[in-house]
Design a protein around this ligand. Structure first.
Ligand code: ADE
Length: 225
């Protein structure tokens, strides 16, 4: 999978791709991530990227022209399956969207800043808009990093243990059950006996009950979906 990220702050974004599982996916060539500094497409001597809003109102808006130049250049080089805009005024990212995106070949992610982008960018270029939650960040960079992490780890071959992504929280609209490791008794806090029993069908049943219980308690909305 190839991901092209368009941003006004590439340095803010790079670090999450330089560690652990995501770095390994990139080193193995399973994922390719390219950063495009929107500033290079800015207008005039000052490389202008934003301007005030028509109709008045606080906050600057990213102009269409630099974004058009950057996206059009990329589109001339290859076909893209999705052009995604990270913004709080969109549907919230969930596991199902991450699963779907992990099967794509080429995607562009545009990150917003200031008051957002000119609506005509969204109308003309964007095929999918994603929020990472009902709160406002200073820009879309961290949101893009979250999306990339959620997606890249799902690409076949990225996780060593092939089953581990399938048993994540949310894969079946349930939160994960509790997990334990050694020691089995820590200062009187005992690991549930069933997990030490070696009875794997019973352990699976216990995990499934606990996942359901936890979901019911913390995220009952997931059970309605
Ligand atoms: N940009 C600013 N806030 C955001 C959010 N919550 N999700 C995605 N992009 C954003």
């Amino acid at each position: 999978m190839r991901i092209d990220i368009i941003t006004v702050a590439p340095d803010l974004l790079k670090s999450p791709f330089e560690h652990s599982i995501i770095k390994r996916a990139i080193d193995k060539g399973i994922a390719e991530v390219h950063f495009h500094n929107l500033r290079e497409y800015g207008l005039g001597n000052y490389r202008q990227l934003d301007d005030t809003q028509f109709g008045g109102g606080a906050g600057m808006v990213l102009m269409i022209e630099p974004i058009d130049s950057c996206i059009s250049k990329l589109q001339a080089e290859r076909n893209y399956d999705e052009i995604i805009y990270m913004t709080p005024d969109a549907k919230t990212l969930n596991q199902s969207t991450a699963n779907t995106l992990s099967l794509k070949e080429n995607i562009i992610i545009l990150t917003g800043h200031y008051k957002g982008v000119d609506q005509r960018v969204r109308d003309k270029f964007i095929t999918k808009e994603i929020s990472i939650g009902d709160y406002v960040l200073t820009g879309g960079e961290l949101a893009a990093a979250v999306l990339c992490d959620a997606v890249i780890r799902l690409i076949p071959g990225v996780l060593g243990d092939e089953t581990s992504a399938l048993t994540d929280s949310f894969q079946d609209n349930l939160l994960s059950p509790p997990v334990y490791t050694r020691p089995s008794n820590y200062k009187g806090m005992q690991v549930p006996e069933i997990l030490l029993s070696g009875n794997f069908p019973k352990i699976e049943e216990w995990r499934s009950d606990k996942a359901y219980e936890r979901t019911q308690k913390i995220r009952p909305d997931l059970l309605d979906q």
